[in-house]
Write a protein that binds this ligand. Structure first.
Ligand SMILES: Cc1cc2nc3c(=O)[nH]c(=O)nc-3n(C[C@H](O)[C@H](O)[C@H](O)COP(=O)(O)OP(=O)(O)OC[C@H]3O[C@@H](n4cnc5c(N)ncnc54)[C@H](O)[C@@H]3O)c2cc1C
Length: 391
């Protein structure tokens, strides 16, 4: 396959690089792993918004640029390469805007999309609950309909960026009598409504990028319903394909890849540069092979999206593959660093700002988030290979 970008796309990549390079030179952030989901910077998001890069693929009538998904992937690739703190707008740009475009009313499109594009609406994903993860149809949070509103009661967990999101896109049960897949609906709500409590979840790396969200008699206006009442499950299945589609699965820890190659070049071990050690060289070369395969799989997803299809099997394959690359990268970095790899960022002896142990611990979660690798392999087996569902 002769895979080439157009001249405009090369120019666009260069423009994104120059912007990010300049921000870095000015010390606006330090490249870090998982900055796409843990790097909270409204200031940065507003700058990206002013560039016109949020909502790049959305129609111009709602403030988007009407550009291709490949263009958008070029932009996200560079954000990830530079470890830019893009978490405020990531979910809204990646999937919520698309969901509103597909299922929202004209009023919702005109109200919410421009806010996302201006870098003002930071939208979290309220899907998972204590008893509903892979089996999302088991959601128990209740949205009871009244004359003028819905009343929410229940709990979400693992809400990424929950502590700083000002909107939540959530799924709740609107018909408790219906079979479990048929009684769910989607909503978008503001997170400062009375009755909402958000508490941080501290993960194994010490990050508080996740949260539990509790709803206690939260009254939400009827206009918060997205799409058709009781069809929420089917809408989410479509949205998940877009959630799994991005390069963040492969490149969320790219700053570590970059740093470990530099470290191997610049560090002596027993009088020889580490990069001359056969095992180190082979580990790095193997990672590069895996990286390029993941990169092609993800660009394939974008080309499917540009053909107007939801990237179901393609996104499942790219995500399952890419999250395992990220885990291989973290393991290889820990092996290469030896005992230094165990030092966290607070030690003065810590190499590479502690990115290796952060990634080693953190990368395990990403093969659960947005569909575990087992669930994705089930998709590949059934919808990709046409095998019967497991008994
Ligand atoms: C870092 C991180 C961020 C997250 N962010 C968000 C977020 O922003 N919003 C949100 O709503 N949720 C979020 N989640 C939750 C995530 O979507 C769930 O963790 C995921 O869906 C798995 O659900 P679970 O944890 O309940 O595990 P379970 O569904 O209980 O699964 C446990 C194990 O059983 C396996 N398993 C389950 N069912 C099957 C099956 N049918 N076939 C084969 N194996 C199966 C799974 O693969 C897994 O290994 C996040 C999770 C993590 C770790």
């Amino acid at each position: 396959m002769d895979f080439k970008f157009t001249q405009e796309q090369d120019k666009f990549r260069q423009e994104v690089r120059e912007f990010l390079g300049e921000e870095l030179r000015q010390g606006k952030w330090q490249p870090s792993c998982d900055a796409w989901i843990q790097g909270y910077s409204p200031e940065f998001t507003k700058k990206v918004a002013r560039k016109g890069w949020i909502g790049l693929t959305w129609p111009r009538e709602y403030g988007g640029q009407g550009r291709s998904h490949i263009d958008r992937l070029i932009y996200t690739e560079e954000m990830l390469r530079y470890g830019a703190p893009a978490a405020c707008h990531w979910f809204a740009d990646r999937q919520i805007g698309g969901a509103i475009l597909r299922y929202g009313t004209e009023e919702q499109k005109k109200e919410i999309l421009p806010r996302i594009i201006r870098g003002e609406a930071y939208v979290g994903l309220g899907m998972s609950e204590p008893e509903a993860g892979s089996d999302l149809a088991s959601v128990k949070t209740r949205a009871a309909e009244t004359d003028d509103s819905y009343v929410l009661d229940g709990q979400k967990m693992w809400t990424s960026c929950g502590m700083f999101m000002n909107y939540l896109y959530l799924v709740a049960r609107t018909d408790p009598e219906a079979p479990k897949h048929r009684g769910l609906s989607e909503f978008i709500i503001e997170t400062d409504l009375p009755g909402i409590t958000i508490t941080p979840t501290i993960d194994i790396t010490g990050s508080t990028a996740w949260a539990e969200v509790f709803f206690d008699g939260v009254r939400v206006p009827r206009k918060s319903l997205i799409g058709e009442k009781n069809r929420g499950f089917y809408q989410i299945v479509n949205q998940l394909d877009f959630e799994r589609a991005g390069l963040e699965r492969l490149m969320g820890n790219y700053p570590l890849f970059d740093a470990i190659i530099r470290y191997a070049r610049e560090t002596d071990w027993n009088g020889l540069p580490l990069c001359k050690d056969t095992l180190v060289r082979h580990k790095l070369a193997q990672l590069q092979v895996e990286f390029e395969v993941g990169w092609l799989l993800t660009y394939r997803v974008a080309s499917v999206m540009d053909d107007g299809r939801a990237p179901n099997v393609e996104a499942a394959m790219a995500k399952a593959y890419s999250t395992s690359f990220e885990q291989h990268l973290a393991s290889a970095a820990m092996d290469i660093l030896g005992l230094y790899g165990q030092l966290v960022a607070t030690s003065k002896w810590t190499p590479m700002l502690g990115m290796a142990p952060h990634s080693y611990f953190g990368s395990k979660g990403y093969s659960l988030q947005a569909g575990t690798s087992e669930i994705l392999r089930n998709i590949l087996a059934t919808r990709g290979l046409g095998l019967p569902a497991a008994g």
